[in-house]
Design a protein around this ligand. Structure first.
Ligand SMILES: Nc1ncnc2c1ncn2[C@@H]1O[C@H](COP(=O)(O)OP(=O)(O)O)[C@@H](O)[C@H]1O
Ligand SMILES: CC(C)(COP(=O)(O)O)[C@@H](O)C(=O)NCCC(=O)O
Ligand SMILES: [K+]
Length: 244
């Protein structure tokens, strides 16, 4: 069994895999890392490998300290990946984006793929049908938008995600919900439309903490899968074993 762990900038997501099957998944914050990992390992005694990708400030050492006899595989840029990396600054490309691109390449062979990860940031990653990773975009995520409106103004309250009542916000809070929630939906649909101008065919995978909210509001057809990064982590690890 494998325990896959995705350290994002907001939360840590983890999942136990038996082969390709996701047995159980978990979400927690950094300050509860130790307790959660210990509980998972207590429950799943057959876990022998920890596979970690981190874009947050949790380093490999934190995991090594938690486990004695288990192997910790910290995914790095040096891993074999199933695509050609055409990013101009490959060393600064987020390891989460590389793992997502690996998952998209392996799960959806021989086609153009756009991966959208709506987490702390919303990232777009495009891998073409020749398995070339071309790059994408980084934008502020949903919660970051609510927080920045509050943090960088004198008068705007800190709100949490709510379904906008209408396009036309009739109060301060309605205007913020429309601006942030409708805004992100229109932005993602707009990006997809622009990609469609360049590529006649591509599949779209949506993942991240805001998947559920966004999936039912986007006009474009997408594969929505909150666990796509965790599944991709498992696949990236299997790919390394096969190619080492
Ligand atoms: N309990 C929660 N705490 C923080 N964000 C949450 C929570 N539930 C849902 N979210 C949403 O998840 C998004 C962050 O996604 P997440 O997958 O946690 O990010 P990351 O991978 O960057 O850690 C936020 O924009 C927020 O709207
Ligand atoms: C863009 C990100 C901050 C996204 O992080 P997340 O929203 O998943 O927490 C992360 O992929 C990152 O630190 N990237 C480095 C810059 C780059 O990918 O070019
Ligand atoms: K992201």
């Amino acid at each position: 069994m494998i325990l896959a762990i995705d350290v994002g900038n907001t939360r840590i997501k983890a999942a136990v895999f038996e082969g390709d099957i996701l047995v159980e998944n978990f979400v927690f914050f950094k300050n509860e890392l130790q307790k959660n990992i210990q509980n998972i390992l207590k429950k799943y005694k057959k876990v022998v490998d920890l596979v970690v990708s981190s874009v947050g400030d949790v380093e490999k050492q934190s995991f090594l300290e938690l486990v004695n006899d288990l192997k910790v595989h910290f995914i790095s840029h040096k891993y074999p990946f199933p695509f050609v990396n055409c990013y101009a600054t490959p060393k600064t490309l987020g390891i989460d984006r590389m793992v997502l691109a690996a998952g998209a390449t392996l799960q959806f062979p021989n086609q153009n793929r756009l991966v959208i990860d709506a987490g702390t940031c919303v990232t777009f990653d495009f891998i073409d049908e020749n398995n070339k990773y071309l790059g994408g975009a980084i934008a502020p995520g949903l919660r970051l938008r609510y927080e920045s409106l509050h943090n960088y103004t004198a008068k705007l309250p800190l709100l949490t995600l709510e379904d906008p009542k209408d396009l036309i916000g009739k109060s301060t809070s309605d205007s913020i919900h429309s601006g942030v929630a409708n805004g992100l939906v229109y932005e993602i649909d707009g990006f997809i439309d622009e990609y469609s101008v360049r590529y006649s065919n591509f599949i779209i995978i949506l993942t991240g903490g805001d998947t559920e909210f966004l999936a039912k509001r986007l006009k474009n057809t997408i594969f929505a899968n909150s666990n796509f990064l965790l599944e991709s982590l498992n696949q990236t690890f299997q790919y390394k074993i096969k190619n080492d």
